[in-house]
Design a protein. Structure first.
Length: 284
């Protein structure tokens, strides 16, 4: 569904250049429910904006659903934003119109795309558990309920990919759990590919895969495997893998380097092959 290769994004501010993505590689399969984590400023929102067609990459390759985001004309990009991707932000005011009802809000993107589908709008409100509030104006709903309407809005035009930037960032733990359940259900029942940027460790644990971004590159990923029946008392198994790019480069966590006695100023390592293992050692 998503292929990023050596993706670069440079922002120019006055005479300064900020490299927000520095050759990021990432592949997401259709139907995956995955999370992206990373420190503030690591490039998570920048990546999501590229995927959502809100901003254009500076270099590299970016394909979503077989479409080349680099080659799109502005008109194609507008069509892409309406039809291929849905977006949910932390601050849901960006998605919602306060004086319209929940139902009218969900129908708004349909009207913009020129095809209203009331049956689908009602189904979506049911899916997010707000069928009974469809005629309420937005300001009559709680923050968590508004966030659920925002999810229904994002799916109004039946996108294949749902992008969510800190979707549980401004709601309490209980509401966050409801929102995660909704993502899981939409992923299962519609086969929707879902990419969630989050700081929420709890949420990150419950997706199929979590990719972590450091300094504008993917550094490692954690896979969740359903535990085999005989070991079911252990719960799900998490496996953390470092990401290797095409040139064979990887990022080594700073705490690992410290653990083998490497100084902050050291910028070289010994690397040896020993009994089928790669061993990293501080310089002699
Ligand atoms: N429009 C912009 N103009 C200039 N620099 C930008 C712009 N957007 C992002 N940046 C810079 O790019 C880098 C990555 O920012 P980004 O917002 O993608 O990080 P993030 O991981 O989403 O952070 P946070 O978790 O704080 O939202 C930062 O150094 C940021 O200052």
């Amino acid at each position: 569904m998503i292929v990023c290769e050596n993706l670069v994004k440079i922002y120019k501010v006055a005479d300064l250049e900020v490299v927000a993505l520095q050759g990021l590689d990432m592949t997401v399969e259709a139907g995956e429910l995955m999370g992206i984590i990373g420190n503030s400023g690591s490039g998570k929102s920048t990546l999501l904006n590229m995927l959502g067609g809100l901003d254009r990459p500076s270099a590299g390759k970016l394909f979503v659903d077989g479409q080349d985001l680099f080659r799109m004309t502005n008109a194609q990009l507008v069509a892409y934003k309406l039809a291929t991707v849905g977006f949910v932000w932390q601050n849901n005011a960006r998605n919602l119109i306060p004086y319209l009802t929940a139902l009218q809000n969900v129908e708004m993107p349909m009207l913009l795309a020129g095809k209203r589908d009331r049956k689908w709008a009602l189904e979506l409100l049911d899916m997010v558990g707000l069928g009974h509030r469809k005629h309420n104006q937005l300001h009559q709903l709680s923050g968590g309920e508004q966030q659920r309407v925002a999810i229904a809005i994002a799916l109004a035009n039946r996108p294949k990919l749902l992008l969510a930037d800190e979707p549980t960032g401004s709601v309490d733990t209980r509401t966050a759990a409801i929102i995660l359940d909704i993502f899981q259900e939409l992923n299962r029942s519609l086969g929707l590919t879902v990419v969630i940027v989050t700081h929420d460790v709890q949420l990150a644990r419950q997706v199929d895969r979590v990719v972590s971004i450091r300094d504008g590159k993917t550094s490692s990923e954690i896979l969740r495997r359903e535990a085999a029946a005989e070991q079911s008392d252990e719960g799900d198994v998490h496996e953390e893998l470092a990401v290797l790019d095409r040139a064979g480069r990887m990022q080594i966590p700073r705490e690992y380097l410290q653990a083998i006695g490497l100084e902050e100023s050291d910028n070289k390592l010994r690397i040896e092959l020993e009994d089928g293992r790669i061993v990293l050692l501080p310089p002699r």
